[in-house]
Design a protein around this ligand. Structure first.
Ligand SMILES: Nc1ncnc2c1ncn2[C@@H]1O[C@H](COP(=O)(O)OP(=O)(O)O)[C@@H](O)[C@H]1O
Ligand SMILES: [Mg+2]
Length: 253
């Protein structure tokens, strides 16, 4: 791809960098990043574009300076993460808005997305846990209802942009999207707040999700050990001990 300028950094991560070039946001993956993962992210994203959700449109996909890149519309405005940092007094309202957005997403379907259940099952196979625990979690996974709701898999404030001017919330970063059970997606969000060390937001979130969606807190928490085991596969070494704790909270009923 020619003519794209990579000089204005929006976000720098270890394995990728997001740049802005005029009306475009360009997500550039480091050399060595799995091509299949990049194409899968773009594919998931494209499938979600077909729903009623507000997401940036992908405009191009290709190589820039030997690296895979996804070119999409730049959405002007702060992320919800930034708003929460800058206006902590509005935390409750922001998390409420985030929960409603997530439920709007769960009301969508995208039949060509991979199944959350299959992904979780594969992650359980890959997770470094005891065979007994693996079996326990697989049985639990099999016992939980299979749904076909659009799930983000990484639904957290840094993946929500509040568009300048009209305040429309856009959801970005669809690399982990699947179709499945909304409570699994909520358990993941709860876990992500906890992994960030934001325990207060985690509890506010879970309470609001439960109130608004009608799913009991207990039911959402049933997904926690499964979601934690899945997160532990690719997770950072520093997170591992913390995740093992969540995996261990399997209640035997
Ligand atoms: N389309 C976009 N418009 C505006 N900003 C974006 C866009 N895509 C990403 N960003 C910015 O880059 C950050 C990282 O992008 P994201 O896709 O979430 O990457 P990561 O997989 O590293 O989390 C976002 O939190 C946001 O600040
Ligand atoms: Mg992100």
């Amino acid at each position: 791809m020619k003519g794209i300028r990579l000089d204005k950094v929006l976000a720098a991560r270890t394995a990728k960098t997001v740049y802005r070039d005029g009306d475009y946001a360009v997500k550039v993956f480091n050399e060595g990043y799995s091509k299949a993962d990049v194409l899968n992210e773009a594919h998931n994203h494209a499938l979600v574009e077909e729903t009623a959700l507000d997401v940036p449109q992908i405009e191009a996909l290709g190589m820039i300076e030997g690296k895979w890149a996804i070119v999409m519309d730049y959405i002007p405005g702060p992320t919800l993460a930034r708003l929460m940092r800058e206006h902590p007094e509005n935390k409750q309202a922001y998390i409420g808005m985030m929960t409603e957005l997530q439920m709007r997403m769960h009301a969508q379907t995208a039949p060509k997305l991979n199944y959350l259940r299959d992904k979780m099952s594969r992650k359980l196979t890959e997770a470094r846990i005891s065979p007994a625990m693996r079996y326990e979690l697989q049985v639990r996974l099999d016992s939980l209802p299979a749904h076909t709701k659009v799930c983000h898999g990484d639904f957290q404030p840094s993946n929500i942009i509040i568009r300048e001017g009209d305040g429309v919330p856009f959801i970005i970063d669809w690399s982990h999207a699947t179709q499945g059970n909304a409570s699994a997606d909520a358990a993941r969000t709860y876990l992500l707040f906890n992994l960030e060390g934001d325990f207060d937001s985690a509890e506010i979130y879970l309470k609001l999700f439960s109130q608004k969606s009608g799913a009991s807190i207990k039911y959402v928490k049933k997904w926690l050990p499964i979601v934690a085991a899945s997160q532990s596969v690719k997770g950072k070494p520093a997170e591992r001990e913390f995740l093992m704790h969540w995996i261990d909270v399997v209640e035997y009923e």
